[in-house]
Design a protein around this ligand. Structure first.
Ligand code: ZN
Length: 149
């Protein structure tokens, strides 16, 4: 179940409090970045999931699991980078590239430019407010058509 575009409680480093945040994007089904609804600051999400995992496993097992997870994420990154490079090669000179704004609506197949991640390819639209975008090295589930305040 994707949380993109939904509210989540997270610690805001600017406010110094646990406050409601909007989930901006996910990587591999895990919340990666949030925006504080109080001060508007964007930051990485350090959520309950990490704490749960530490709590339930012992030392040795945690280390093995961690190594395998790191290896899998390296492989996934290599695959996504290959896919991205191929899409980049196929990109025509006249293909319009739209800047990414979380309040804009996008269509499958569009090319966007994100200020941090660069060129991205919209691969899938989910439930009107989310989309899967292939950036170099990772597929991110991004928020879109967020109501402007
Ligand atoms: Zn804040």
């Amino acid at each position: 179940m994707s949380m993109v575009g939904k509210n989540v409680d997270a610690l805001c480093t600017r406010c110094g409090l646990t406050l409601a945040h909007i989930v901006l994007y996910e990587v591999g089904g895990v919340i990666a970045r949030v925006k504080c609804k109080t001060c508007g600051a964007e930051h990485k999400y350090r959520g309950a999931k990490v704490r749960d995992r530490k709590g339930e496993t012992g030392g040795d097992r945690t280390r093995r699991t961690g190594t395998r997870a790191a290896e899998e994420s390296r492989q996934a990154e290599a695959v996504e980078t290959q896919r991205w490079l191929q899409r980049q090669n196929e990109l025509g000179k006249n293909t319009p590239i739209r800047p990414y704004r979380m309040t804009d609506r996008y269509q499958r197949g569009e090319v966007i430019e994100h200020p941090t991640f660069g060129i991205g390819f919209v691969e899938k639209i989910l439930e009107d407010q989310r989309m899967d975008v292939l950036f170099k090295g990772s597929l991110k589930r991004m928020v879109m058509s967020l109501p402007a305040k």
